[in-house]
Design a protein around this ligand. Structure first.
Ligand code: FAD
Ligand code: SF4
Length: 490
């Protein structure tokens, strides 16, 4: 039965539980993966806030959920850093118990609607699905189903709260309200702790708000998940820079028995090449934060971005894709990704690259900027690129880009957005006296407990890993919560 026939059949007759339960494995595995409907590429490349992925319909979710083979040893779960009970939530969807499915997700994840949208599932749970591992087929669309269940619950207005242990009145702090801090806060609140999250910015959510654009992750979705944490008793203090506004000592004096440092890696790296200080050259962090948090796409705002028509984004990670697609939406006629390796080595999620291409983004792979030149007013006017080829694999296992001698060219640009990685925010490592820090500025922790060398300080997410992913940050938050709880109960 094709997806269309199935949807037709479901529309024309009531769904029968028995029939579905008795579906043979072959019938399940013969189905092809349901693909996420999305906005038309030309239309969306002019729309800054409308979400590109539209979500699965009920019919599509039921069809996809029934692809799951209910494996005796569900390997998919090994690929989920927050240990979502994947087969159970998918079975709930298959039975049409969508609210139950959402409850299963919330047992272990504070942000299911977020993860369903931005988690690199193809490298996590889906890469471990038996379809991929043993059958050379497309994985069950675990992420899309997760998004479906979380969205269904939100749209139904019946948002449930996870079970909470009785309050124990022990005060606990999280520093930073990104995915690591939120995940930690949720798990500690479930255990009955009195949790306060301190956030330097005027918005809660970390990169989920200031980095990832609304066309990929609407703020409203993040806010609903934050609201669940509020209802669970988590307190949020905004505009509070720990290490400046209040110190580690102040937190201890105020009675906080444990601190989870989740201050992220928001310090942009540059290439230190000539011309990087010209007007019109900026980091992707600055560009995205101004557009996402400071209304910079509005010329009437206090800090508008002067968007160029020929925009080059240097780098090819998720941040670069977000920046180039934002530039396109703000009117760039030529929006280019300049990347020193080949497409195969690009760190961005495949879906982001695909969407970017559909939106008319140009990919200049195997090119590396050497310098930028400006006009008489000091605004960037052109960039010199070095053509590269791939050599032997380097320490990262990826083939090393090597310059091709004499192969350089100049390209006209009027905006350059540098997106070549980030470094940890330095304030917590520098202001918490005695905290052990690596040469990259990340906090050293015990990998099993996330505890630092200061007994009351745990840390996780990008401040420990450098720029990584939402789900790894959340996994760290969960691990730290379990370990801090165990230590405080001793
Ligand atoms: P953050 O999300 O950075 O949150 C840290 C918070 O701490 C911030 O709100 C910061 O203001 C606050 N803070 C810092 N210092 C202090 C202080 N001293 N006192 C109080 N508060 C402080 N990952 C994916 O998995 N999928 C994606 O699609 C994806 N896309 C991305 C797109 C962009 C543009 C960027 C920048 C990153 C993307 N990532 C993606 C990476 C992912 O967002 C991060 O790995 C993740 O957010 C890290 O979480 P975190 O909680 O450690 O830190
Ligand atoms: Fe279902 Fe795939 Fe997990 Fe097996 S590995 S339980 S098929 S999602």
């Amino acid at each position: 039965m094709t997806e269309q026939e199935y949807i037709q059949a479901r529309r024309s007759e009531p769904w029968r539980d028995e029939l579905r339960r008795n579906m043979k494995a072959k019938e399940r595995s013969d189905r092809t993966r349901v693909h996420m409907p999305e906005l038309d590429a030309e239309y969306r490349s002019h729309s800054l806030k409308e979400e590109v992925n539209l979500g699965l319909s009920e019919e599509q979710a039921l069809f996809e959920a029934a692809r799951c083979l209910d494996c005796a040893n569900p390997t998919c779960m090994e690929g989920c850093p927050v240990s979502i009970n994947i087969p159970t939530f998918i079975k709930n969807i298959e039975r049409g118990e969508f609210l139950e499915a959402a409850k299963v997700l919330k047992e272990t994840s504070a942000l299911p609607a977020v993860c369903g949208r931005v988690c690199p599932q193809e490298k996590q749970c889906e890469s471990k699905c038996i379809y991929v591992q043993k059958m050379k087929k497309e994985a069950v669309a675990i992420g899309n189903l997760e998004r479906f269940a979380a969205d269904y619950e939100r749209i139904s207005g019946k948002v449930s709260l996870p079970e909470l242990a009785p309050a124990n009145r022990i005060k606990i702090a999280a520093v930073g309200s990104g995915p690591a801090g939120l995940s930690f806060a949720g798990d500690m609140a479930k255990r009955g702790y009195d949790v306060t999250v301190f956030e330097a910015l005027h918005e809660i959510g970390g990169v989920l708000k200031y980095g990832i654009p609304e066309f990929r992750l609407p703020n409203e979705i993040v806010d609903v998940e934050i609201d669940v944490l509020r209802k669970m008793g988590v307190k949020f203090v905004k505009n509070c820079i720990v290490g400046k506004t209040i110190s580690h000592e102040d937190l201890k004096e105020e009675g906080f028995k444990g601190i989870f440092a989740a201050s992220g890696a928001g310090l942009p790296n540059f290439m230190n090449i000539p011309g990087e200080n010209l007007i019109g050259v900026m980091s992707s962090n600055e560009f995205l934060t101004r557009v996402n948090l400071m209304d910079a796409s509005n010329p009437e705002s206090d800090t508008p971005v002067q968007m160029g028509k020929k925009v080059a984004i240097i780098g090819a990670g998720n941040t670069a894709m977000d920046a180039v697609r934002t530039a396109r939406r703000l009117g760039a006629e030529r929006a280019m990704v300049v990347y020193r390796r080949s497409e195969e080595e690009m760190p961005a999620r495949l879906e982001e690259v695909k969407h970017a291409k559909e939106e008319g983004i140009e990919f200049m792979t195997l090119h590396n900027p050497l310098q930028y030149e400006g006009d008489a007013n000091g605004r960037v006017q052109r960039m010199q690129l070095q053509k590269m080829e791939l050599g032997e694999p380097d320490a990262s296992g990826r083939r090393k880009p090597v310059p091709i001698e004499g192969a350089v060219e100049w390209i006209d640009v009027d905006e350059v957005i540098v997106s070549v990685g980030v470094s940890p925010n330095p304030l917590i490592p520098s202001s918490f006296k005695g905290l052990e820090v690596t040469k990259w500025g990340t906090i050293v922790v015990n990998q099993d407990t996330m505890q630092s060398d200061l007994p009351d300080v745990y840390a996780g997410g990008d401040i420990v890993r450098g720029g990584a992913t939402v789900i790894l940050a959340m996994g760290d938050g969960r691990k730290a919560a379990a370990a801090m709880d165990a230590a405080l109960k001793k």
